[in-house]
Design a protein around this ligand. Structure first.
Ligand code: F3S
Length: 428
């Protein structure tokens, strides 16, 4: 790979051992990918701390603390390096626990202490503690064409498809190296030619609410896998939440990281522009039969109608979604044998507190949580066997990760399940 002077200086160790390791990692990574050079980035989203059970156990026993965690798991260095301040603007993705709701989540005080240490470490090196899988909801909104280095599949697809910014799905190591150097290999979705559509999807049914968009994403992901769908014929302009649910679902059932919606997303002013003048590899349709198929697949684990747990906020809820949920919930009580947890970024929760939404939720017997989610943090109310969700992504992962049944439906159906304790949703 050709390196610029500042990159050579980091690789030679002139900016300290941690940046040297980071640059060495990026060069090895870039060469393995066939990248010819690196590109500057000033927008990284990554997990840094001890966010998984394995890392927590490792960190608890290692005397080197969070510097050791970062050295070993973000820089591939067994030697404990002192981690300097980041060069690139970096936001933390998720923390794995909500320290304010540790009791409900069954999290030990030791774990909360480790979380606090992680927070202090990130503050010291300059990582922004957004602690969300949806950073674009709380101020990190890269512009079209901006080179980013983001982790988390639902964020990556939003960054590429909805915003027209450019990122590959980075891992902890490449994102860790990017934050210390301000560089990332120039390959994949950083290149215009790799962002053009491959599959045309003709939309033949109405796609309106977030559940509709989730089903559409789930269907498309399964069919196109890691290719780039171009949606044509969307009748209703979606909002942030709908594109968010679409992308999260497409990235779960397949590995979609980029898409176009003709006339709506930034790189698809027309069908021709979305394909860059090339012919689609295949043309698909999304009609009533395809929608039904997606619905049945997303609901394939749901059997028992009694619901123990209603989980909303995958990806993390926007303020608008909290407002909508509160309108559905206000004045009612969550059923005695059911729990309602709603997940959102902590920055949004502060506004929800001030707007009285947190109180509406807690008066009803639910909880507004931050910093994690059930699938990522592996946290659910004790004894949960049946969950209800309005996210196709969470319906995909909860049964696989937590071994529970999951019902998928609209937000209104989920709130109804929370209040009645029973699933009465169905294909509309
Ligand atoms: Fe976010 Fe957890 Fe869903 S990380 S996208 S809320 S699975």
């Amino acid at each position: 790979m050709k390196l610029a002077d500042d990159e050579k200086a980091m690789l030679d160790g002139r900016q300290g051992p941690a940046r040297q390791r980071a640059m060495d990692l990026l060069v090895r990574y870039g060469e393995a990918l066939g990248a010819e050079r690196l590109v500057d980035t000033n927008n990284v989203c990554a997990t840094v701390g001890a966010t998984t059970p394995f890392l927590r156990d490792w960190a608890a026993e290692h005397p080197g603390g969070l510097d050791a965690v970062f050295s070993e798991f973000s820089l591939d260095s067994a030697e404990v390096l002192e981690i300097p301040k980041v060069k690139a603007y970096t936001c933390h993705v998720q923390q794995g626990i909500d320290p304010e709701h540790a009791v409900e989540q069954g999290v030990s005080p030791q774990l909360v202490q480790l979380y606090r240490k992680g927070e202090a470490f990130m503050g010291r090196i300059g990582v922004q503690l957004l602690n969300t899988c949806a950073p674009y909801q709380v101020g990190n909104v890269p512009v079209k064409g901006e080179h980013c280095a983001w982790m988390e599949s639902s964020a990556v697809i939003y960054c590429n498809g909805a915003l027209g910014a450019r990122t590959n799905a980075e891992g902890r190591e490449s994102a860790g190296a990017a934050m210390l150097t301000g560089k990332i290999p120039y390959w994949g979705y950083h290149l215009h030619g790799n962002r053009l559509g491959t599959h045309l999807v003709e939309i033949e049914v109405e796609v309106k609410d977030t559940a509709d968009w989730g089903l559409l994403g789930y269907y498309i992901g399964e069919v196109v896998q890691e290719q780039i769908p171009v949606l044509n014929g969307i009748g209703h302009v979606p909002n942030l939440a709908r594109l968010k649910h679409f992308g999260a679902a497409a990235a779960s059932s397949g590995g979609v990281e980029m898409y176009h919606v003709v006339g709506i997303t930034p790189e698809a002013p027309s069908l021709a522009a979305a394909f860059g003048g090339r012919k689609p590899l295949a043309t698909l349709k999304y009609g009533a039969a395809e929608r039904r198929r997606a619905y049945e697949q997303v609901n394939s684990t749901g059997r028992d109608r009694q619901v123990d747990y209603v989980m909303l906020g995958c990806p993390h809820y926007s303020l608008e979604q909290i407002w909508e949920a509160c309108q559905l919930l206000e004045g009612q009580r969550v059923h005695a044998s059911t729990s309602l947890w709603i997940f959102t970024p902590s920055a949004i929760k502060q506004i929800a507190d001030r707007n009285g939404y947190t109180k509406i939720i807690s008066d009803a017997g639910g909880v507004l949580m931050t910093d994690n989610c059930s699938a990522f943090g592996r946290v659910m109310p004790k004894g949960t066997k049946v969950a209800a969700v309005d996210s196709a992504k969470q319906a995909h992962y909860l049964p696989a990760i937590m071994g529970v049944q999951a019902w998928f439906g609209t937000t209104a159906e989920c709130i109804q399940a929370a209040v009645t304790g029973r699933w009465s949703g169905g294909m509309r």
